[in-house]
Each structure stands twice: as C-alpha cells, then as structure tokens.
Design a protein around this ligand. Structure first.
Ligand SMILES: NC(=O)c1ccc[n+]([C@@H]2O[C@H](COP(=O)([O-])OP(=O)(O)OC[C@H]3O[C@@H](n4cnc5c(N)ncnc54)[C@H](OP(=O)(O)O)[C@@H]3O)[C@@H](O)[C@H]2O)c1
Length: 310
C-alpha cells in the first residue's frame, strides 16, 4: 500500500508533542539515484514533491508515492525549504538551477539547494554564488555508492559548503546516507569525489584486463571470481560488484558508462588546469571513450571490458 502512512503515526505524534517541524524537501531528477533518494525521503515524511525533465517519470513517481508533481524547477523551489538535485552533468544542473523556470526563479529566501550530482567543481561554485545572490545557500554533495547503497541508506556523501549549510544538509542527507562528511567550502565535496572516481575508473579497466587475461590463461570463471573478489589483496567492494558482471555479461546499469566517461573528463580538465600528471586516469578515459564509440554509453561501466574484446 504505497500511498499510506509514509511516516508512522507514532512519529507524527512525537514530533507534534516536541514541537518539531520537519523540513519540506523537493527532489529534481528521478534517474537511477534520484528516484530512490526521493523514495527514502518520502518514506520518512519529508518529501513534498518532485520534478523531472521527462514528465512521464515524474507522473509515475507521483502516482506511486502520493506526492505532488511540479511543472517546473521554479514551482518546486517555491514550495519547499530544501531542493535536492540529482542530475547527469554540468548542462543538466546548470539548466535546472539557472535556466528558464529554473530553481533560481522560484527560490525562497533562506532555502537550501543540495546538489548531489557529480559535476565540475568550477560550475558548482558558480551556481552556488548565484544561489547565494538570491538569498539562498547551496552545497555540493556528491555521493560514493550505487543505487544499492541508496536503497540500504548506506551512501557516503562528501559535502562542500559553509558549516551552517552543511549542518542543514546533513539533516536531509541522513535519510539516505550513512556517512556524511564536510570536506570544505563549495566545490570541495566534488574535488573529493573526483579523486575517488579517478581511482574507480582506472581500477575497473584494470579489472576488465585481468578478467580477460584469466580467461586466456584457461582459468575457470569460478576461480577468477574467487581470486578477484575474495582472495586478492586488491579485492574491493567494486571487484565484488563488477567481476560477476564481467563474467556473466550482464551489464544492466548500476552506474552508467557515460557517467564514468563524464567524470574522467572532469578529472582530466581539473588536473590539466593545475598541470598535474594523471597518466592512469587519462588512459582509463580513453577506454571509456572507445566504449562510447562502440555504443555502450547506457550500459554499466563494467562493459568497458568489451573494448578489450575488439
Ligand atoms: N548511478 C550511480 O551509481 C551513481 C553513483 C554515484 C554518483 N552518480 C552521479 O549521480 C548523478 C545521477 O546519476 P544517475 O545514475 O541517477 O543518472 P541517470 O539515471 O542518468 O539520471 C539522470 C537524471 O538527470 C536528468 N537530466 C539529464 N539531463 C538533463 C537536462 N539537460 N535537464 C534536466 N534534467 C536532466 C534526467 O532526466 P530525464 O529522466 O528526463 O532523462 C534524470 O532525471 C550523475 O552525476 C552521476 O555521475 C551516480
């Protein structure tokens, strides 16, 4: 019964007795991550409504979970205290926040924008300044963890912004994350996220390479799986998630390949701007670019293995 009792009656009574008023939250972007984040907030009684570029998706969410579907980011921003955005890339976040009928046109003074997307830190700081000039505040709050982590409420969130904005953001983020860290001022959550994804992108190309090597050596799938996910000193949560996908050929999306290419592009730009050599991440980027040319953008990024099969 999805539309009933998003919050327990008991909790409502306790909140009323203690005089606590929950913050009103709106979510923009109902993709793989945003849909589940919105659902957690709805289940805990904080979600007022949603907006998504593809309207059908928002309507489906609204119907399934009994929340309002807003016609524009501006209308959503005008009805809530906290706007959460979880969108693909720089262009998406820029247009949702600063475009026509964007968040900025409807933002209430004192509102908080929590952008959980992985985008360029430079763009994020620019948008945070615009939000501030309208009397609001913004944090970058990119995440480590897949949709599975959102469902388990185990995300890691790396927050950039003022101390005060971080404290407010944490009260919303704790409904979907286990670890929430204040990294520094605006942009720094994203810098922290980028070093993670530089490593992750390189690591998954290396995993693909050794899975293929193991097969060429004539090792059985079960031995490859055992070594890379259980016995190896280089095993990790990522080898546990991705090696089974590589062995089975099931590239259903946990994290889309186009997003990893996008993240490594940002890493590359930010490193180049500082003259920092990043040979591993640069090489990995070329693999994801080749994978995109093979038409693998929408598959899980573990599908980068297919480049090695060519
Ligand atoms: N999936 C993961 O495991 C994971 C993990 C960590 C971080 N991230 C990061 O989290 C962000 C979201 O990831 P995701 O996997 O949820 O992505 P996704 O499933 O591709 O969803 C992207 C969302 O952005 C919207 N969007 C794209 N372009 C837009 C535009 N120009 N204007 C307005 N809306 C636009 C999409 O709307 P439509 O429905 O209209 O297309 C959709 O709601 C990305 O930055 C990604 O790098 C993802």
């Amino acid at each position: 019964m999805p539309n009933e009792y998003p919050k327990s009656v008991f909790k409502l009574v306790i909140d009323a007795v203690l005089g606590m008023v929950d913050v009103r939250v709106g979510v923009i972007g109902l993709g793989v991550m945003g849909w589940r984040i919105a659902r957690n907030l709805r289940d805990d009684g904080l979600l007022v409504g949603v907006y998504n570029r593809t309207v059908d998706k928002a309507v489906r969410f609204g119907r399934e979970f009994g929340v309002e579907v807003f016609q524009s980011p501006a209308k959503l921003a005008g009805a809530v205290d906290v706007v959460v955005t979880m969108l693909s890339d720089d262009d998406a976040v820029r247009s949702v926040i600063a475009g026509n009928d964007g968040v900025l046109s409807g933002l209430r003074s004192g509102s908080l924008v929590i952008d959980m997307s992985t985008i360029s830190p430079t763009v994020s700081v620019e948008l945070a300044n615009m939000v501030r000039s309208r009397g609001g505040n913004m944090v970058d709050a990119p995440v480590i963890g897949t949709s599975v982590a959102v469902e388990r409420r185990e995300l890691v969130v790396l927050v950039g912004g003022s101390e005060e904005a971080f404290n407010r953001a944490r009260e919303v983020l704790r409904h979907t994350a286990r670890t929430i860290i204040h990294v520094g001022p605006n942009g720094y959550g994203l810098y922290a996220k980028l070093i993670n994804n530089a490593l992750l992108g390189s690591y998954v190309v290396a995993l693909a390479e050794v899975v293929q090597l193991g097969k060429a050596f004539g090792l059985s799938d079960s031995v490859i799986l055992e070594v890379l996910t259980k016995l190896s000193s280089a095993r990790s949560p990522t080898s546990e998630l991705k090696v089974p996908k590589m062995l089975s050929g099931d590239y259903s999306v946990q994290f889309a390949l186009k997003h990893m290419r996008k993240d490594l592009d940002i890493v590359n730009r930010e490193a180049s701007a500082r003259g920092v050599p990043i040979p591993m991440a640069s090489l990995a980027l070329q693999f994801y670019r080749m994978a995109e040319r093979l038409g693998l953008s929408e598959e899980d990024f573990a599908a980068v293995l297919k480049v090695l099969l060519r």
